[in-house]
Design a protein around this ligand. Sequence first.
Ligand code: NAD
Length: 425
Amino acid sequence: MSTHTVNATQAHSESMFDAVLARLDVAAKLMNLSDEVLQVLKNPSKQVKVSLPIMMDNGKIQVFEGYRTVHSTHLGPSKGGIRYAMDVNADEVMALAAWMSFKCAVANLPYGGAKGGIKCDPRTMSVGELERLSRAYAVSMKDVFGVNRDIPAPDMGTSGREMAWILDEFNKINGEDSPGVITGKPIAIGGSLGRDAATGRGVMVNALAALKKMGLLPTEVTAVVQGFGNVGSHAARLLSEKGIKIVGIGDHTASFYNEKGIDIKEALEYAAKNNRVLKGFTGATEIKHEDLLISKCDVLVPAALQNVITEENAGKIQAKLIVEGANGPTTPEADPILNDKKIICVPDILANSGGVTVSYFEWVQNKAGYYWTEEEVNTRHDLKMEIAFEAVWHNASSFKTGMRIAAYITALQKIEQGVKLKGAY
Ligand code: NAD
């Protein structure tokens, strides 16, 4: 296993990190952020790339790329998920790490931001291969992770299972049990009740808060949800439980539409029995993937991938409200098109911050060694989300801007204090 540090200032063109910087610049100008603070935030504080040689089931060694970027630690230890996907790369991890800094600040959590990932296709790997890969990654990141240093969590392609392996490896290295080093763990080993559904729950709380501001009742509106994994499936379920009619769903295998409404319980049961995918579901008409986001609905929840709302399809979106469950689903070029159409967009760094909020609760419970009921977790979560939504809504109105830039401003107002109070060498 080899470790080297990537140059934190290397240039990126057409990159996801550029998309972060584009929004950061707009927000910084509007709020008059000092240039010094802006420079600090434009440069992630640490980037680590590792190579992970893994013995595959066929007896051959395959080398995987692993990443971890710490963007900032001004408000506390860094926090952010670990993603297993084929498009993981240094630029993407850097963008996601920066978003975590802003997300934690918006949600009022005492954390900086980080992100990690391994370039792999977990769907084609055996459980044994995934376990060896996760353990190798944990060993290679032993000096990066720490209860009060850098705390990972699940993201795309990972779940409590991977968190348990990584925790076990970290514990072996350190000779003690440190459940707070990682969140999103299974309940039996220090996970928090409510964590699994938390990101979807945050999407639901944000959607309801926005609908209220728009003067719309949940029972009067329809929604389309792209992605039926952790975020999308819980978001669809919770939105439908609040009376919103879900007319469209989709995952990487198939997309569906039914103007009469889709029975989400039925879709969940179908996916549970069908290797967690929707292909073959009969409760709605199968449509083309590209038609899902532009189909008729009031609320659109992209909860799968980044860069799916672009300048090509933004003009065709029919929803009045977009609630970003995924990280980075909207490109900077699509933003002005959505603004012109007066579509309200609750941005990722606010809309999907429910997951990291309950991850924070998990960390607090691990540190205290005392565990809360699911009701306590959900009540505290909903309150934190409502406060964050109000702060961003308020900034949108006082700075006369959309919710995305307002969310950045809300985050920057806090991070700026951290940078200035802690100072520099
Ligand atoms: P997941 O792996 O559980 O699910 C991803 C879903 O997206 C799956 O249903 C998959 O089929 C679908 N998908 C993949 N490619 C697709 C395509 N081309 N078209 C349509 N659907 C496609 O991942 P997740 O944890 O639900 O994460 C989804 C998004 O939410 C990511 O952007 C992630 O960064 C973000 N997010 C996740 C969390 C969390 O707590 N899990 C928290 C914050 C943000």
